[in-house]
Structures are given as C-alpha cells and as structure tokens.
Design a protein around this ligand. Sequence first.
Ligand code: PLP
Length: 386
Amino acid sequence: MSTVAVVERVPFAPPDIGAPEIAEVVATLESGWLSTGPRVRRFEEAFAEYIGAAHAVALNSCTAGLHLSLLACGAGPGNEVITTPLTFCSTANAIVHCGATPVFADVDARTGNLDPSAAEAAITPRTRALLPVHYAGRPVDVTGFRALAERYGLALIEDAAHCIEGVSGGRKIGTTADFTSFSFYATKNVTTGEGGMVTTASADAAERIRIASSHGLSRQAWSRYLQPGPVHYELVMPGFKYNMSDLQAAIGLHQLASIRERYERRLEICGMYDAALGDLPVRRFDPVPAGDVHGLHLYTIQIDAAGSLTRDEVSRRMAGAGVATSIHFPALHLHRYYAERFGFTRGRYPQAERISDTVLSLPLSSALSDDQITRVIDVTRGAFGA
Ligand SMILES: *Cc1c(COP(=O)(O)O)cnc(C)c1O
C-alpha cells in the first residue's frame, strides 16, 4: 500500500501574532472599554514616535486615511488627483469618493513606482494633490515629489500601506508628505486585523481628521467619558464612522513593539529567495538607492523572458504544488469601473500594464518557517523547470 504525503499549503502572507498581542486583547476585553479609548491613544503616540511624526490619527483602515486626507486637502468635485495605476483599488476609489477625478500617470519600469516626470506631465490647472504609492514597500522619490508639490502648489499625500519601515533620502516615510496613510490590514507589515493610521505635521489637520473619523463630533466618546458631569459636544460636520477600536490598538501596540524583529525576518527570507532564485530568467526591480530603506512588504519577480512560460502558468503550477502567490497589481485603469467610466483602454500606461501582466508576488511573512521558504523555492524553480 502506498502512502501519500500530505503537504501543507504554504500561505501567501500569514499574520505573525504573538502572545503579547493576545494577552493585550484579553486585557482590553476585561477592561470594560472596547471602542476608541486609552489604547488607541497609546498606539497613536507610539506610532508617531516610531515614525518621528508630529501627529498620528488611528482609523479603521488605510482607505479611510486616504479619504480623510484627500478631504483635508480640499479634493472634491472639479479637481483632480494624480496617482499610479499600479496600486490597490482603494487608492483611486478614495479620490472618487471625494468627488474628485483620479488621473493616472505611468510608473517607472525600474521601480514600479509613480514616475515623477509622468506625474508632472499630468498636472493641469485643476490638479489638487499628488498621491504616490510606495509600491511593494519601495519608497518613492520623496524629494522629487515634494519639489513637484511645492513648484505647482499641490498637496502631497502618500499611500504607505506597504511601507511603515521605509526611509527615502534620509527621511522616514510618514514625515515627508502633508499626509501619509498606513494600513494595518491582516497581510500588512504591522497588523491590527483591520486598521490604519494617518501621520501629519499639522495639529489642525490631525484634529480635523480625528473629528471627521468620529461622525464629525467635536469630542470623541472617550473624552466625553473622562469628563464628569454634563458634557457639551457639537456636530461640526457630517462625518464618517472611521475610528479605530481599543481591541485593534491592543494588537497594534505589540505589533509595533516587535516591528524590528519581523522586518529582520522578512529581510532574511528575501535574502534566501535572492540567493536561490537568482539564476531564473525573470526581471527584477532595481535595488533601492544606498541609504534608502525598502519596507519589504512584497517579494516580486516579473516573468517576461522565460520563453513561452507566462506568469499565469507559473502561478498555476505553484498553486498546484501548494504554494500561494499573488498579483500586485492588476493595472487599475483596466478594471471595469475605471475603464468604462474614464474610457481607458490597453496601451494607455504601458509600463504599469507590462508589470501588471508579468509580476508575481511570492509568499512573504515573518510567520513563514525556513521549511516553508525552502518549499516555495523548490516549487518556484520547479515551475520554471529549473
Ligand atoms: C492594503 C492597501 C490599501 C488599503 O488598506 P486598508 O487598510 O485595507 O484600507 C491601500 N493601498 C495599498 C497600496 C494597499 O496595498
């Protein structure tokens, strides 16, 4: 009788949750305060300190952070916001939610990031803001974007969903834009299950985002609770329900405290991939300039030089062998909504389209073991017949 070895599937980006996160969630449940409260305040302070930002406002997602940052910049009907087509849909959806028009500009083939010269060419008298994304964790040229924003009088908002750890031109991501929005979604470098954070240098803007995230009430529940006696608060705008809960912050506090160890592990995994897959016929993005720090959110290869072997075939073969992969990202302008509403067709943003057609992300998470990474390597090589 033959035995069939049961091989466990290697997941794409399993969360790395430790005992301290679990204990803090339990303590929060026992504390009697579940919504936005003392743990959210502590998480905001710890995050602002980690980034070196003057202010940090915790929200229920990065998408919410982009939406409120755009509103704070006055993005709305009649104006335009320039962004990349090589991103998750929510980057551009947030622009649409403000009533503004998303304007895409092509990416730099060497980095996958919005190309500052393409962004400059897309500026019109209606442009209100620039919204670059630190793709895969690779910081954009923040000095270049800052200069563009100043020259044309535009706001600069950065989508740093992939890039909590990033440094560009000697400056920490989160300190270089008017607003920077981070994600704590389940697969991200720091997770709270769902969650986000906006950093800004402006106390006034931080307060407006905080109010907008809590229905538009001038005081949040926690400060109403702290103040004994009758408390007067006012509705100052029709706001949103975008606040983070203390249960989420409980996880975030300990994820942030161990961010370095998880980064080091991802760095190690990327080194294993580089060493073991370096001879495959794939295209890779350029290394970051000396001194810059890549957030290492995604490990990507581009399959466009392997004869008739396509990215989709490699992905299928790997899935068949129990290894999950992903695509970051199917070019946004070719998604049905954007294509139909704005009339985009293939050929409009050739670099983003080429990357979108050929890029494959391999599993990357500090929760993956050496054995799992070895499996990914064997299965990837096998898919190429190497
Ligand atoms: C994950 C992601 C977002 C959205 O983050 P949420 O916290 O889920 O709203 C935005 N932009 C990019 C590039 C992302 O990868």
